[in-house]
Design a protein around this ligand. Structure first.
Ligand SMILES: *Cc1c(COP(=O)(O)O)cnc(C)c1O
Length: 396
């Protein structure tokens, strides 16, 4: 090695006090929210270094959320594609996706901070359901902001949240969808920081959230790393592939493999592909790649998968893309629908439309230079497809 020590932040490490990942991230919030963000950061740093907090979280993940989730070899699909596919089964986690990992961690943190209420925003309702679940488990109250249009589209999840005891607050401003719900949740937080904790659902928002949520989702990558070591002669897969909305299941998985030779691939929805079609901008408290028009107005994302319907992407992904450590691709709705069915029939696993983006890319790329024959692939199934039955039935 050279003699000159170059100071360089290791990839996917602690972003420090500024919360920057290269030129991305940061904390772009009104002055009145800075102390609340600082309080969360200090509390998380303290908790994350505390064995008893880690122990409490680990045991909840085990006895309540169903971890570790399985690593399932996709035998028939692998034979058909000529690549070895291993599925990381977040679809088996309680509430049906990886979101519970993050929410249990933040709910425990909120309780440790003495907060009584969890605030959250939700689009498809998955993060809202996970938050309502954690609140019920820990005896806290939950207030979930949701755009009026999403409330109309996601009836079953709204019902589920209310059954769990959460208050669902309709947001009628703007496009009446997720980004308006985010704005409203932040506004509520400003006026209630003394007793309320803002629980963000992905690797987004002002520092410390993108880093904290990645750390809370790291359990996916850490488990998969040791499961792959037991399963593969090479110990490490050649490729790690995950879908990206805000990017939490991908970030948590990538974090387990950054120090390895594995190639990291994030798959966005074509209609919400912030890396492919976005430009640098600020959204909901952080700088990243954002879908916007010529005047810098945030534009709407459109995807069949409501969980990927977000015009931005977590700042660390923008950085991983800029440095070349990870690669980002996108697939369209038609490929996604075909992928759900192909996986269901080949393996007996009915995955979420979001997860099917990652599956679709593997189907497309297998046997090409992007994913050569005989490669080994860790493919994250972020969630199960039960919630998508209506949307799928309409399309068939
Ligand atoms: C919410 C959701 C996603 C997208 O969120 P990320 O933060 O990008 O992981 C993906 N899959 C499922 C099943 C989801 O519920």
């Amino acid at each position: 090695m050279g003699k000159i020590a170059v100071r360089q932040t290791a990839i996917m490490s602690d972003p420090g006090g500024t919360g920057r990942f290269g030129e991305f991230g940061g904390r772009f919030v009104p002055e009145s929210l800075v102390p609340a963000c600082e309080e969360v950061e200090a509390a998380f740093r303290d908790a994350w270094a505390d064995h008893s907090f880690r122990h409490d979280l680990d045991s909840l993940l085990r006895v309540y959320a169903g971890r570790p989730t399985a690593l399932t070899p996709a035998w028939r699909l692998s034979a058909e594609l000529g690549v070895t596919v291993l599925l990381k089964r977040e679809d088996l986690a309680h509430t049906g996706s990886h979101k519970i990992n993050n929410v249990l961690g933040q709910a425990l943190l909120a309780r440790r901070m003495g907060k009584k209420r969890l605030l959250a925003e939700t689009g498809a309702g998955q993060h809202g359901v996970a938050t309502a679940t954690a609140a019920a488990l820990l005896g806290m109250s939950a207030t979930v902001f949701m755009g009026e249009r999403d409330i109309e589209r996601q009836g079953p999840n709204v019902f589920r949240m209310r059954m769990l005891g959460a208050e669902v607050v309709p947001v009628g401003t703007g496009s009446r969808t997720l980004k308006d719900a985010c704005n409203e949740a932040m506004r509520q937080w400003v006026s209630s920081t003394a007793d309320s904790y803002y629980c963000i659902g992905s690797v987004m928002g002002p520092h410390p959230y993108p880093w904290m949520v990645r750390e809370l989702q790291r359990v996916i990558g850490d488990e998969a790393r040791s499961q792959c070591a037991a399963e593969l002669p090479s110990a490490v897969p050649d490729y790690v592939v995950a879908c990206v909305g805000g990017g939490s299941n991908a970030a948590g998985t990538f974090a387990g493999f950054t120090g390895t030779s594995a190639r990291l691939v994030g798959v966005e929805a074509e209609g919400g592909a912030a890396i492919a079609f976005g430009r640098v901008g600020v959204l909901h408290g952080f700088r990243s790649m954002v879908l916007q028009d010529e005047d810098g107005q945030i534009t709407e994302a459109h995807s069949i998968a409501a969980g990927l319907d977000y015009p931005g992407i977590g700042p660390e992904h923008a950085h991983l893309n800029a440095t070349g450590r990870a690669r980002y691709v996108s697939v369209g709705d038609k490929e996604v629908l075909a992928a759900v069915e192909r996986l269901a029939r080949a393996e007996g696993i009915f995955c979420a439309l979001e997860s099917a983006h990652a599956v679709a890319w593997v189907l497309r790329a297998a046997g090409t230079a992007d994913l050569p024959s005989s490669s080994t692939v860790l493919l994250v199934l972020s969630g199960r497809g039960d919630k998508d039955i209506e949307a799928l039935a309409e399309r068939r």
